[in-house]
Design a protein around this ligand. Structure first.
Ligand code: AMP
Length: 215
């Protein structure tokens, strides 16, 4: 199973991905997580990416495509994978299409997670992430059992710099200009499955996604 999760920042891609990878027994490839790990480790990639990430801009296509190309060749991807937060531009979509073709891989579906701007802003400002394991919580919609502490590993929860209000606005604009065109792109290729994620529990939305993928 090869899936792409498309949707604006704050749509819940990371949260739904966590459940979907259990369901389909495939790894999640989150380019945002890969970049954050590189920033934390202080690698050359991390130093380059940080500037773009902190200002809500996209990291250049050639950097991101190279990362994904390498990652999908790893052994755990042999039965498929879920791309979360990639592709984010038409150039990235074209690049991954030719990588799939070269490697004899077939995309099963692109799930377009639809959420209104009001809800997105509420989710983004409330989001907290674990410094240790990267798990996501939300002070508004998915609070941890103990304030500021990860339920899974007891790591410290923090607010991402790019989840602060001024950067959120920029990220939503970037989504509208650079990523939203992928909705038409995948619609034209008959791969797009819309899922309304404005209401419902996480499990209900995951179920809707699974239904959409099947249909
Ligand atoms: P995310 O965690 O998916 O919201 O990603 C956080 C940030 O990482 C984004 O705002 C971008 O700066 C960068 N990023 C993640 N994925 C991509 C991508 N596919 N293309 C370009 N930049 C990306």
């Amino acid at each position: 199973m090869i899936l792409i999760l498309l949707g604006p920042p704050g749509a819940g891609k990371g949260t739904y991905s966590q459940k979907l990878i259990e369901k389909y027994k495939i790894p999640q490839i989150s380019t945002g997580d890969i970049l954050r790990a590189a920033v934390k480790a202080g690698t050359e990639l991390g130093v380059k990416a940080k500037e773009y990430m902190d200002s809500g801009l996209l990291v250049p296509d050639e950097i991101i495509v190279g990362i994904v190309d390498d990652r999908i060749k790893e052994a755990d991807c042999k039965n498929g994978f879920l791309l979360d937060g990639f592709p984010r531009t038409v150039e990235q979509a074209n690049a991954i299409a030719s990588i799939f073709e070269k490697n004899g891989l077939k995309l099963d579906a692109v799930v377009n997670i639809k959420v209104t701007d009001d809800i997105l802003k509420k989710r983004l400002t409330g989001r907290r992430m674990c410094r240790k394991c990267g798990a996501n919580f939300n002070v508004n919609t998915l609070p941890p059992a103990k304030d500021g502490v990860c339920d899974k590993c007891e790591g410290e929860l923090y607010q991402r710099d790019d989840d602060k209000e001024d950067v959120i606005e920029k990220r939503l604009q970037v989504y509208g200009h650079q990523t939203a065109p992928l909705i038409d792109y995948y619609n034209e290729r008959k791969a797009l499955k819309d899922v309304d994620a404005n209401e419902g529990t996480i499990d209900e939305i995951v179920e809707k996604i699974a239904e959409a993928v099947k249909g």
